[in-house]
Design a protein around this ligand. Structure first.
Ligand code: E4P
Length: 223
């Protein structure tokens, strides 16, 4: 399973890149706006630096609403780097724009997907990625992970190549379940990535080994 980070924060991305586990990045207008506010940098500069660091797909969302506007904004964003993936909201205009962008060899990520029908249409137009937002579905009292299961089964039924990015992840159990279902990708906030590493028994084990080793060193010194 590929692991993306869901952030536009360059410091977080550099940090996780050093772990050696990062395959890509997803941003959205909210995340990019947060980074612009934090650093005062231009969005193009932020995205360029992210692409240079990650060297894998980096989703940048188009904010236009008509197909021509989405397409033109996507073309412009794609000039930043070959790694830029145009994130397009799931609408009729979005579908038209995805078809055009894919035709030009530009990677796309259909976003704000909440149903199997939406995911099916995304695959039909050949989107590179599809992003069902499972945390936001959970928030409505339904099980977001059920949708991932349905999409994967349907894509397998027809051999669609669109990769499923499990998005809107809130906690490590979302990742465990996505992996068990066989999702292609999870896009994970920085804080949840940190939680993936942690286990109390690991911490207890490290402490015990340290204590035992110190004791052995003390014995050796005294002998
Ligand atoms: C994914 O592409 C989105 O940027 C993100 O996962 C949305 O997450 P949220 O529902 O926590 O805002």
């Amino acid at each position: 399973m590929k692991i993306f980070i869901d952030t536009a924060n360059v410091d977080e991305i550099k940090n996780i890149t050093e772990w050696g586990i990062l395959d890509g990045v997803t941003t959205n207008p909210t995340l990019l706006a947060r980074e612009i506010k934090r650093t005062g940098r231009k969005p193009q500069d932020i995205l360029k630096e992210i692409c240079d660091v990650v060297k894998g797909p980096v989703s940048a969302e188009s904010t236009a609403t008509d197909s021509r506007g989405i397409y033109e904004e996507g073309k412009k964003l794609s000039e930043i780097s070959k790694y830029i993936t145009i994130k397009v909201p799931m609408t009729i205009e979005g579908l038209k724009a995805i078809k055009l962008l894919v035709g030009d060899g530009i990677m796309t990520n259909t976003t704000l997907v909440f149903s199997l029908n939406q995911a099916l249409l995304s695959a039909k137009v050949g989107s590179t990625f599809v992003s069902p937002f499972i945390g936001r579905i959970d928030d409505t009292g339904h099980n977001g992970m059920d949708l991932i299961d349905e999409i994967i089964t349907t894509y397998d039924n027809y051999g669609y190549e669109t990769e499923v990015i499990v998005a809107s992840i809130r906690h490590p159990m979302h990742i465990v379940e996505a992996a068990q279902i066989g999702a292609d990708i999870v896009t994970v906030p920085f804080k949840v990535l940190e939680k993936m590493v942690k286990h109390p028994l690991t911490d207890i084990g490290i402490k015990r080994f340290e204590d035992d080793w110190k004791e052995a060193e003390r014995i050796l010194k005294e002998s």
